[in-house]
Design a protein around this ligand. Structure first.
Ligand code: MN
Length: 503
């Protein structure tokens, strides 16, 4: 499923005032347009940056903020104070603005023109103090916004602004994101539960439950021709185990999953769903747990959560959207089994079946094996190991009086030895800062065994997303220490008790 990034826009808004006179303001416009052209020409940006004429009055600011809020293609605003824009002028506009925005604290010229500098130059290049005036009103109004500082041509600055654009894309995708739940949460499991009304208020998600029979109706209508065609596609993408090939023992099991894939996709498209959950306890009418089918839909861009975990399903979908076109895949993941060799501690991540092949290091292998639990037919699944490199597990839990997003940075490495009997996809990683402290911090924070695992995104994407949703964000990385982390948990409890009350 493609995300239509071609249609999306980020607007570039420059603040000023009439005090400077028409000549200076003309120059401000020219400079702003040059920055926009530079950004678009850099090819670093996932969406088009659109220049808007400099705003000089409260009415102009309010107008552009209302336009941005109602514009379907505009996903966010980059704001820049080239000169001094008295910030009371921004109050009405910022109150009306419903789209995410960032504050680019840059200056048009990089270096001081030492031999030429005079007061005309100083009066045109006022970001250093204009940006602080604008910063004050944002702080005073408690606005969550990203601040990026540095020269606009600097590679690192452009990278940060481009990352922010991706967060804005994720935020746009989050609004109205529809999640289809087939069955409910796994019985007795606590962490996959949560307040769906609050999720819609905070993140915009619409979470709908369906009986498995609703999906079975779609499965029954899939034709053999459609299955033949899809199997041919599998042959071109995967190594297929001999016992899964036409005429062999498990071929029918693969065809069954192909049927699920076609039906699931049709269901999702018809209902405009972008993420879904399954539950191996709710499979009435299905012969197998959807394994290969779930993996294939994830690879196509859909979010997925097992055991009814709608929070991770939606989170994964947004992470996939944010990372559209970037290197490195993202998948539903579970901390499954440890390697506790002293000094070499690591985690083997996997799931019963449903790991996304977008993270695969090599061509996945299509196999069929019994599941061991659930009492259903042996399901088809893709078996592979994750690509290696820096990665991140992100999870979302409901603390009762607020949502909490936790991110843990990882180093994914090659498994220490071959695992010829492991019949599922897996990832093997070192947890930051180390397994003992990383896992302890995650557990102190109440992080779920499920997460959205990404080789594509870095922390700033998720942190900024959490800020726009106005939910708690906890980071576990190489700098984390348990005493400091526990303090943060206690302080956050007090903060959210004051901010949100305590349910
Ligand atoms: Mn699970």
């Amino acid at each position: 499923m493609s995300n239509n990034l071609e249609q999306m826009e980020v607007w570039f808004i420059t603040g000023s005032q009439h005090l400077y006179g028409p000549e200076t303001l003309k120059q401000v416009d020219i400079n702003s347009a040059a920055i926009v052209d530079g950004f678009n020409a850099s090819q670093k940006f996932p969406v088009k940056i659109v220049f808007k004429p400099v705003v000089k009055t409260p009415d102009e600011i309010l107008d552009i903020c209302i336009q941005a809020s109602s514009d379907k293609n505009c996903v966010g605003l980059i704001t820049w104070m080239h000169t001094f824009s008295p910030a009371k002028m921004w109050i009405a506009g910022l109150k009306a603005l419903t789209k995410p925005y960032m504050h680019l604290h840059t200056q048009f010229n990089q270096n001081l023109p030492w031999s030429e500098i005079d007061m005309d130059y100083m009066n045109l290049h006022q970001s250093a103090h204009g940006g602080r005036e604008y910063g004050f009103i944002n702080a005073r109004m408690r606005k969550n916004r990203k601040v990026v500082v540095g020269h606009w041509q600097d590679e690192n600055v452009q990278k940060q602004v481009a990352s922010w654009c991706r967060t804005a894309i994720g935020w746009a995708d989050s609004q109205g994101l529809k999640v289809a739940r087939f069955g409910d949460n796994m019985r007795e499991v606590a962490v996959t539960e949560g307040d769906k009304v609050e999720a819609q208020i905070k993140f915009g998600w619409q979470i709908h439950a369906f009986g498995v029979g609703d999906l079975v109706n779609y499965i029954d209508k899939v034709t053999d021709d459609e299955v033949d065609k899809l199997y041919k596609e599998y042959e071109t993408i995967y190594d297929i185990a001999n016992n899964c090939k036409p005429g062999a023992e498990f071929h029918k099991n693969v065809r069954e999953q192909a049927r699920y894939e076609i039906a699931l996709k049709r269901f999702m498209v018809n209902g405009d769903f972008k993420a879904f959950t399954t539950n191996f306890e709710n499979l009435t009418g299905l012969a197998q747990l959807p394994g290969l089918a779930s993996q294939r839909l994830m690879a196509a861009g859909y979010g997925f959560g097992a055991e009814g975990d709608w929070k991770q399903a939606a989170l994964l979908r947004i992470i996939k959207t944010m990372s559209t076109g970037m290197e490195g895949g993202s998948s539903f993941m579970e901390d499954y089994t440890y390697h506790l060799e002293p000094g070499n501690e690591a985690v083997l991540g996997a799931h019963m079946l449903e790991i996304c092949p977008s993270i695969a290091a090599k061509k996945p292998r299509l196999e069929v094996h019994p599941l061991g639990i659930g009492g259903k037919d042996a399901p088809a699944r893709l078996v592979f190991e994750s690509a290696t490199g820096p990665a991140m597990n992100v999870t979302l839990i409901d603390m009762g009086n607020r949502f909490r997003i936790i991110a843990n940075t990882l180093d994914v490495i090659e498994p220490l030895e071959k695992m010829p009997k492991l019949p599922v996809a897996s990832a093997f990683w070192k947890t930051n800062p180390n397994l003992a402290d990383g896992a302890a911090a995650w557990i102190y924070a109440g992080g779920t065994h499920h997460s959205a695992y990404t080789l594509a995104l870095t922390l700033d994407f998720v942190e900024t997303f959490a800020e726009y949703a106005d939910v708690e964000f906890l980071l576990i990385d190489e700098k984390t220490t348990i005493p400091e982390f526990k303090k943060e948990l206690r302080w956050n409890d007090v903060y959210y008790m004051l901010a949100n009350g305590l349910k």
